[in-house]
Write a new protein. Structure first.
Length: 651
């Protein structure tokens, strides 16, 4: 037969042609769907943010890299990549979440200050414990809450190089605006002894359901290490694999036991031991979150792990006896392993909860590394299937939807927040990104590390160098995802004015001036931190809730009134309380009072619901559920009009 016959040519080349067509098909499948410039501008027209830099101590020595253990010196920029943190809440008692706790790595100060644009109500000041060695310790984050339950807000700070400290507010008048000073706080050790922890996550949650918020701390490096001690000897330990490392620092669960106020305030926590299995307890924790996923008002826990699978834990605790079971997703025939909750091999760094799909069950957003032409893993958007019975059977009822919804890629991700910044009733997602900023691109070296033998990973002396001047995803820009008419999310950070090329770390969301428009603050690593004041001109309605639990000596009856907390109506934040709001037309919105979920940013404990185009006098059905101070579950349905309301969840 003639070999030049067209049929013979087709037989010889058909596999090659099919392969080319497959490559072309996959190329177009992998491309992120684009929208027109007009559509982007139209979406952006709903938002406007004005940027204000947070103040720092100009008299403090500003560094650009940390002094580290000699064995870590060749990767000092890597070790120095965390520590910027921010939290917002009402510390001075004026009823607004307009006070900021900022951790700035340049000075390693924990600085309390008024939010920009809210007036110079007091002079910024530093919180520092008595036992603190700046040569071996550094603050990593702060939590705001009424730790000793006296009606006054306190601050908990967690560190590298030591255990966490509570700064308790001395006697004052709850709900009354006060000019704050450093001497108004008493530093109280929460853990006996002088252990060395290296903490990168912390949050409040009533883990055992006794009615009092406990403290969860997630550590990164091994407890007892000498990470910041430049005079120490030996070799520090890094991750022992690239995807299944279980040799990190421990997770610590501190159960609330007692507390009191006055001139000598106190609080006591007892550590619960052997709560988590080893593959959970010793994951390298960069983010942690708590939310009630099955409706029993016991918070499930999510741990975002570096160099290993994230973990979701079902809470089966009873008062005084914390207990958890591991939840993992179901893998189908075509499902990649890393798209199954609890089976991933990515680099989890931040976690946030919100009801994206409107089924009344929290969905979960997790930041990973997703940088084009570098390491394209994927951020996670775990969408609930609504099957709460699956949780009780040990299955995580979540599907990975980040690629389908357009939020899988942005850069080297850290904190992320899901919130309604235009009061439309639809949530947006803002994300902090960027790792090490310099002039020499070290991604080739990082990729070589990723393909090296696991047996070499744990020894930092065998790593390629990551020193000051090197760059790894240092030009990433802050992401701001908004849902379009195509039901996908699109990053329009440039159009709304927040596409900063900064090394963002922690993000807090709060309405700092009480105008019903959520503002956001991003903490910068080795650079300025910024408040992005929400100045959008939209006039859509909102509902804001201050949900409070009574404290000893304060009002105790169930009551509500419009406005913010004050001397007549105050309490402690009702961490874990939930609210479901029914919007005319049948739509429902759900939210839960958060106690610090995330990486190093902590949102205010207030709840905010965007209502869309409804009239300001429309009554809204609000269903509340919470645990009282004795741990008993209580529920209440009330009708509220749009605006801010204070609700004391009393008897």
């Amino acid at each position: 037969m003639n070999s030049s016959h067209p049929l013979n040519w087709l037989r010889r080349n058909l596999p090659r042609a099919a392969a080319c067509l497959l490559v072309v098909f996959l190329f177009f499948q992998a491309r992120v769907p684009e929208i027109s410039a007009h559509e982007r501008a139209q979406m952006a027209s709903h938002f406007h943010f004005a940027r204000y830099a947070l103040t720092v101590d100009s008299n403090a020595h500003a560094k650009t890299v940390r002094a580290v253990h000699p064995s870590l010196k060749r990767i000092s920029a890597w070790i120095s990549s965390v520590g910027a943190a921010v939290a917002a809440g009402d510390l001075d008692g004026d009823g607004l979440a307009n006070d900021i706790c900022l951790v700035d790595p340049r000075t390693d100060q924990v600085r309390i200050q008024p939010a920009p644009t809210t007036g110079q109500r007091y002079q910024p000041f530093e919180l520092k414990p008595a036992r603190y060695d700046s040569a071996t310790m550094a603050p990593m984050g702060c939590l705001l809450g009424d730790v000793n339950e006296d009606g006054l807000m306190d601050v908990v700070v967690y560190y590298w190089g030591r255990t966490p400290v509570a700064f308790l507010r001395k006697s004052g008048t709850p709900g009354k605006a006060t000019v704050l000073r450093a001497e108004d706080y008493v530093a109280v050790e929460l853990v006996p002894g002088e252990e060395r922890w290296f903490s990168n996550a912390g949050l409040f949650a009533d883990v055992d359901g006794d009615g009092h918020p406990d403290l969860i701390i997630g550590n990164y490096f091994q407890d007892g290490g000498h990470i910041l001690d430049a005079s120490a000897s030996g070799t520090e330990v890094m991750h022992n694999t690239k995807s299944r490392s279980f040799n990190g620092g421990a997770k610590h669960l501190l159960l609330w036991k007692d507390g009191g106020g006055g001139d000598h305030p106190f609080v006591r926590f007892d550590e619960a031991r052997n709560v988590f299995p080893p593959e959970v307890e010793h994951g390298w924790t960069l983010g942690a979150g708590a939310a009630d996923l099955d409706g029993d008002l016991l918070p499930e826990l999510y741990f975002a792990h570096d160099f290993g699978p994230d973990r979701l834990l079902h809470n089966v605790s009873t008062p005084g006896h914390p207990a958890f079971t591991l939840l993992e997703g179901h893998r189908g025939f075509t499902t990649p392993a890393s798209s199954v909750l609890g089976k991933d091999s990515f680099k989890g760094m931040g976690v946030d909860f919100a009801d994206i799909n409107g089924d009344g069950v929290p969905d979960i957003f997790v930041s990973n590394i997703a940088d084009d032409y570098a390491l394209q893993e994927s951020h996670f958007l775990w969408l609930s299937t609504g099957d709460r019975d699956a949780i009780r059977q040990g299955r995580a009822p979540y599907v990975q939807a980040s690629e389908r919804l357009g939020v899988s890629r942005s850069g080297w991700g850290w904190d992320a927040r899901m919130a309604d910044f235009d009061n439309s009733g639809t949530l947006q997602i803002v994300q902090a990104v960027g790792f090490i900023k310099g002039k020499i691109n070290r991604w080739p070296e990082l990729q070589s590390l990723g393909t090296s033998n696991d047996s070499l990973i744990s020894n930092p002396r065998l790593w390629p160098g990551f020193k000051p001047g090197d760059d790894v995803s240092g030009r990433n820009e802050t992401a701001f995802f908004v849902q379009g008419d195509d039901h996908r999310y699109h990053n329009i950070a440039g159009e709304v004015g927040i596409a900063e090329s900064m090394l963002g770390r922690g993000i807090t969301v709060a309405d700092v001036d009480g105008d019903g428009r959520l503002d956001l603050i991003i903490a910068g690593q080795w650079g300025d931190s910024y408040l992005y004041k929400n100045d959008s001109s939209n006039t859509t309605a909102f509902l804001g809730l201050h949900l409070l639990i009574p404290v000893r000596g304060g009002p105790s009856a169930l009551q509500t009134r419009p406005g913010h907390p004050s001397t007549d109506l105050y309490g402690r934040p009702a961490f874990g309380a939930t609210a479901s709001v029914e919007i005319p037309g049948g739509r429902k919105e759900w939210a839960q009072v958060d106690g610090g979920s995330g990486h190093s940013g902590k949102r205010s404990p207030d709840l905010h619901f965007g209502l869309g185009e409804i009239t300001p006098d429309t009554p809204l059905k609000v269903e509340l559920a919470w645990r009282n101070s004795e741990g008993k579950i209580e529920k209440k349905t009330m009708w509220l009009k749009p605006g801010w309301h204070t609700v004391l969840l009393g008897s």
